[in-house]
Design a binder for this molecule. Structure first.
Ligand SMILES: C[S@@+](CC[C@H](N)C(=O)[O-])C[C@H]1O[C@@H](n2cnc3c(N)ncnc32)[C@H](O)[C@@H]1O
Length: 238
């Protein structure tokens, strides 16, 4: 069997050492198309955690509202949003290489200019690359729910994470979360309601209707097939 070497495929997920991670990097196999996408399009779309603070104006060659999405999965909904809102620039962060490959492949074929991606741990990217008060919108759709109680500490939505995100949002910027796991939705609501820098657009303690700008995601459809509900949470940075 052919063993993949770093020479065959030099693109690696970037992260710093930490004790608790919100993900496990799965050894999911990449399709030939996803693999080729890195050679064809990583140079156009890829950003590195190790390049330090992001200068969005320089990267996109214009001044435009900036949207950041963490955990875009296979990337179809993020690509649809970038296509639907050409007046905004989009940054996606994902640790799963096949999803990154799929997104940059489809973006490259469609000639999308308002999108860039990090293949890295989002917490590291937030800390090292995203300037304070630079985001107009932040989105996190169907993050891994970590069902078992003993794994709840791995859930990415925690008070400290939300505080970090708030520091990256502009005043008036939107924070949009969605999940198909009721217990996680309740946890998100509790954490967001307790953050004084945020105001719930739906009214205190309320979930929001799905805003027009969010397409259905792959994980959302999977949840629906399993009979799950969907909870959107939409807050504004004070
Ligand atoms: C359940 S999937 C949802 C994917 C997509 N948003 C959707 O709705 O179809 C969660 C994704 O978040 C990614 N993820 C989890 N923790 C992350 C982190 N710290 N940084 C970047 N991506 C992360 C996982 O690799 C996974 O692809």
């Amino acid at each position: 069997m052919h063993e993949e070497s770093a020479e065959d495929f030099p693109y690696r997920t970037e992260y710093k050492k930490k004790s608790i991670r919100s993900y496990v990097i799965r050894a999911g196999r990449m399709t030939e198309g996803q693999r080729r996408a890195f050679d064809n399009y990583w140079g156009t779309y890829g950003l590195s955690l190790f390049d330090g603070p992001l200068d969005a104006e320089q990267v996109f060659g214009r001044e435009a509202p900036l949207v950041l999405e963490i955990g875009f999965g296979m990337g179809d909904s993020l690509l649809a949003m970038a296509e639907a809102e050409p007046d905004k620039d989009f940054i996606g962060i994902e640790v799963h290489p096949p999803g990154v490959g799929r997104l940059i492949n489809n973006a490259g074929k469609a000639g999308i200019g308002n999108l860039r991606v990090y293949m890295a741990d989002a917490v590291d990217v937030l800390n090292d690359c995203i300037p304070d008060a630079s985001l107009d919108r932040f989105q996190l759709y169907f993050p891994d729910p970590w069902h078992k109680k003993k794994h709840h500490k791995r859930r990415i939505v925690q008070p400290e994470f939300v505080r970090l995100l708030c520091s990256k949002l502009k005043a008036g910027g939107l924070m949009h979360l969605a999940t198909d796991w009721e217990n996680y939705a309740e946890h998100m609501l509790e954490v967001l309601e307790a953050e004084p820098a945020l105001e719930n657009t739906a009214g205190a303690g309320q979930y929001a209707p799905r805003p027009e700008f969010r397409p259905e995601t792959k994980f959302e459809r999977r949840g629906q097939r399993l009979g799950h509900g969907v909870w959107d949470l939409l807050y504004r940075r004070r």
